[in-house]
Design a protein around this ligand. Sequence first.
Ligand code: PLP
Length: 361
Amino acid sequence: MPLPRPTSVIRPLVRRLRPYVPGEQPKIRGLIKLNTNENPYPPSPKVLAAIKAAVDGRMRLYPNPTAEGLRGQLAKFHGCAPEHFIVGNGSDELLALATRAFVDPGQTVQFFTPSYSLYPVLADIHGARRTAVPLAAAFALPSVAQLRQQGVWDFRAALTFITTPNAPSGRGYSTAELKDLCRAQKGVVVLDEAYVDFAREHAFSLALQLPHVLVARTFSKAYSLCFLRVGYFAGHAEVIAALQKIRDSYNVNGLGQVAAAATLWDLPYYRRNFKRLIATRERLSAQLRALEFDVLPSQTNFIFARPPRWPAAQWRQQLRENRVLVRWFDAPETRDFLRITIGTDTEADAFLRAVRGILPR
Ligand SMILES: *Cc1c(COP(=O)(O)O)cnc(C)c1O
């Protein structure tokens, strides 16, 4: 009997799948890395000490399967019961779990464009339909009336993802407009608040008010813990319990649980960093505008800007040659822009120097 060919053992859906493309993580020294929205400031000294103190013989044991300690602290932080929370291996894991829990094969996963480019991939992996609906002018959230009029939006979609504040545009949405849209949906709505600590407003209350709404948060960006992969969903206890049923038994590693819990004990440290990053964001935005960049107002730790004179893709390449990495998304609605992560003031200055060096005098 001949052995099977490798491709013949792979599901057609997986063979055809175009995977998510993360921003590059090159190991080049001296590179200014403004391409993946990582926080330029390290975790607090208390968090690092807690992680180090946990590195001992206990590593042979499984971690707490439900991240009980961390969920208890999240409950205190948000002022509700631990049953409203599920913790994941990054919020990405929970976004994937949501497709498995709420979407039958052939049902619809819905999202706006542009928004987080993982959502269509999650739909494809699951064999779901996907509905991608353009945002309104200047990346505004369309109103329910506008969506009804256009007739593309699916008010019965099994699962709708909304990035708020939005990525990659950086635009913030009000809780009132999000609530209107959530109330019009029949299926689950995930409000992905990955960047909310840099915004004026958050919509956490909707996770407790509306049974079909989940709010996604992450320790990666604002809390400098990308490396350890911890995120969470908040929502109705029964909906959260459904997600708990289908996750891996030990989905969150022990050091991640320790680090995230320690983070919640040292919030003033992080709030100082949010202030610094917002100040750098506003300064960099103003300085880029003076260089004729069209900078959109940002409620996040990155800015979305249309560079002057020649195409954004070319700018990205020229910046790379000057040892500055930024992100560029090759889709019609994003291709004229660069997404620039807010780093330290020193990094912002180096970025501006590179831009000035590229522009003709
Ligand atoms: C970074 C990001 C995430 C993923 O966060 P992790 O917790 O690191 O998995 C989710 N949603 C959006 C919009 C993001 O930008």
